[in-house]
Write a protein that binds this ligand. Sequence first.
Ligand SMILES: Nc1nc2c(ncn2[C@@H]2O[C@H](COP(=O)(O)OP(=O)(O)OP(=O)(O)O)[C@@H](O)[C@H]2O)c(=O)[nH]1
Ligand SMILES: [Mg+2]
Length: 467
Amino acid sequence: MTSAGDFLAIDDTIAAISTSLGRGGIAIVRLSGAEALAIVEGVFRPAHGNRDLASLPTHTLVYGHIVDGGEVLDEVLVTVMRAPRTYTRQDVVEINCHGGAVAARRVLDAVLRAGARLAEPGEFTRRAFVLGRIDLAQAEAVADLVSARTEVAAAAAMSQLAGHLSARVDRLRADLIDLLACVEAAIDFSADCLDLLSPADLAARLASLAEGVDSLLARSRAGAVLREGLRVTIVGRPNVGKSSLMNALLGHNRVIVTAMPGTTRDVVEETIDVRGIPVLLADTAGLRDVDTEAERLGVEMARRRAAGSDLVLLVIDGSEPPHHDDEPLLADAAASARTLVVLNKADLPLAVLRHDLPTCLRDEVVALSAKTGAGLEDLETAIEAWVWQGNSASCEEVLVTNIRHRQALEEARAFLCTACQAADVGVSEEFIAHHLHAARRALGLIVGETTPEDILDAVFARFCLGK
Ligand SMILES: Nc1nc2c(ncn2[C@@H]2O[C@H](COP(=O)(O)OP(=O)(O)OP(=O)(O)O)[C@@H](O)[C@H]2O)c(=O)[nH]1
Ligand SMILES: [Mg+2]
């Protein structure tokens, strides 16, 4: 294992298998560093002519074989990409070899024997960051894109990779630095600069900076959901149709459904895509007082999963008259901002009506039939609306998806708010300057300008091998 300090060494040549390790037609072994061409040269025999890789123009593809002594290890296509127009800004060579468990490994071993070092997870992208091709937010977007679970999540990652978030943060930082210069000038030459920065000007510019940060924070909850997935738990009394709803949302019969109350015991989890939102959906045991050990444990697990979820779907059997066991569940739902009530079995005559429900829940209820599928779309619409909370689902607007970025923005906002309050009551410019510096450092964490080494290590450790 490489230590954090070695990680920044960018003068050796690294190699890794950049494709996933399962069975596949093609795998790519990638090298980056000053010796990349020379190392591959040592193990590559071109099929036609005697052309050495070093003499090839950049961005060319050569057909041939990887050899070890006299033995041919694989038939390959080698791509030569010279610095600086490459992923890392260093010389990069990619060897397209055969996929599967053995071929790519043999090619990788050959280049390691020829002098390359095995790359750490994320090390190619870290070089792109260290060498200034991308900033930290863009580097993180690479990992997000690779692990995106839905189209919308991938689009948000692509937008961040294209630098849209970085551009917004850079604009805020530029405004901040501009204001800081005025404040510091006022400290140095107080009398002359009063015209430059009146108290009203200062307050207005601080407020506008805080608004800029706020507008990025406004959509960070939806952004986090796109990246991490929305944890949704289906709860309710036994036999109300929780498992039927799970199957209906999944589109196939994943969990057992019977007419006997107490069918489901375990928490069953599946991931689904609801209008581009990755949803980690869980079906749970029916909530009731029980005697058997297995069902009691099931009820406990259901409560725990519900407590740890972002959104709870409380299922009520709409075909039966109001049931007193539903009352505590509805009371909990009324007290929480994260429950949607589902009136199931709407294909039967409804015996529970909206006015049987607590007032604050009446507008939020979705009536549906898990059996026929009627009304499922309304539930999807309700989930979607809950996530976006009135903001559109469009990714053209910059979306903060990363918790680290959200924390940095919250930190910056706190410093700006303190500066605003200080300006209101006429506290010294030194105090305001100090807080503006702190806000600037907090924003710098997002793009990697002020990010300490240990945080960089943690960010890149999340990457997969070969990226
Ligand atoms: N008519 C009708 N019947 C339904 C509907 N949804 C579920 N059922 C029936 O209700 C019964 C219970 O369904 P389940 O999905 O097993 O209910 P559950 O809430 O998971 O039950 P437990 O796991 O025991 O807590 C089954 O007989 C289902 O066929 C529906 O929308 N309409
Ligand atoms: Mg069930």
